[in-house]
Write a protein that binds this ligand. Structure first.
Ligand SMILES: Nc1ncnc2c1ncn2[C@@H]1O[C@H](COP(=O)(O)OP(=O)(O)OP(=O)(O)O)[C@@H](O)[C@H]1O
Ligand SMILES: [Mg+2]
Length: 261
């Protein structure tokens, strides 16, 4: 993968941060009712970072992740990926960007029930136009990488939750994305399995230099991150670097207001 890891050069050749949000607002309109899900988020994430986003339910964590992942457009503000303003892109351009640069992992895995693991991982490769033989080779390598070398032909119903999430991670990595975005990836898993998934993501970050941004309720997951962003009412109220050093509790409690990211 293209990232350099936390020890390496943080900025890309172009000198831009990998992700940059400038005064991002999101207002959902439901009939007459307006919900201000994000209220002016400013954020920069460098290549190779491992960032956790925490905060109460409804604070805008998923909305923020969807903005970074070009899944949705802000009502106001700008989102830059490698210096490119994705809010100015057409839907087609954003789809291309998602395919090439972004891998998404969800709490519910979102695997297609009738497809064996290997086929799930091949789909994004197929969309990217990778020829069949190469596709198969890469999907096999990815499934080995996430520890599912002996489960490649199992369908989701024949896999445990943790195994399904591993397939989802392999699928997210298929096109060697710069950024792995995960929304509560351990939310459906027991503590031990969740910890294994976090370990896997952490390894992908350290060894492959994949930039990881993870939304979580889980203190253990947040503790694995180098930086914890605390979201409340659509604002980042505290950005805490090196969470592990200051202790989990402290890292997760916003102590001062303001744009801490
Ligand atoms: N598609 C939508 N239409 C209308 N309102 C929405 C939509 N998506 C989210 N919201 C609202 O925006 C706010 C932020 O939602 P979001 O899903 O980002 O929160 P969250 O921090 O991810 O919460 P949780 O921890 O429960 O997943 C909430 O008040 C929610 O009800
Ligand atoms: Mg959410």
């Amino acid at each position: 993968m293209k990232g350099k890891g936390e020890g390496g050069k943080a900025r890309g050749e172009e000198g831009f941060p990998l992700v940059k949000l400038v005064d991002v607002h999101k207002v959902y309109k439901l009939g007459e009712v307006e919900v201000h899900a994000l209220r002016g988020v400013n954020l920069e994430v460098e290549r190779g970072e491992f960032v956790a986003i925490v905060g109460p339910s409804g604070s805008g964590k998923s909305t923020l992740l969807n903005m970074i992942g070009a899944m949705d457009r802000p009502t106001k503000g700008q989102v830059f990926i490698e210096g490119q303003d994705i809010t100015k892109m057409s839907d087609k351009e954003r789809a291309k960007l998602r395919l090439e640069k972004i891998g998404f992992v969800f709490q519910q895995y979102h695997l297609i029930p009738w497809l064996p693991a290997i086929k799930s991982v091949e789909i994004p490769l197929m969309i990217a136009g990778v020829p069949p033989k190469e596709r198969r080779k890469r999907a096999e390598a990815l499934l080995h990488e996430v520890g599912l070398g002996d489960r490649m032909w199992h369908k989701p119903s024949e896999l445990s939750g943790g195994e399904q999430q591993r397939v989802a991670i392999a699928r997210a990595l298929a096109n060697e994305p710069e950024i792995l975005l995960a929304d509560e990836p351990t939310g459906n898993l027991d503590t031990k399995t969740g910890a294994e998934i976090v370990k896997l993501i952490r390894r992908l970050n350290e060894e492959k230099g994949v930039t990881c941004i993870i939304v979580t309720h889980d203190l253990e997951v947040a503790a694995a991150a180098r930086r914890v962003l605390y979201l409340r009412d659509g604002r980042i109220v505290r950005g805490q670097p090196l969470a592990a050093k200051v202790g989990k509790e402290k890292a997760l409690r916003p102590e001062e207001e303001g744009e801490g990211a």
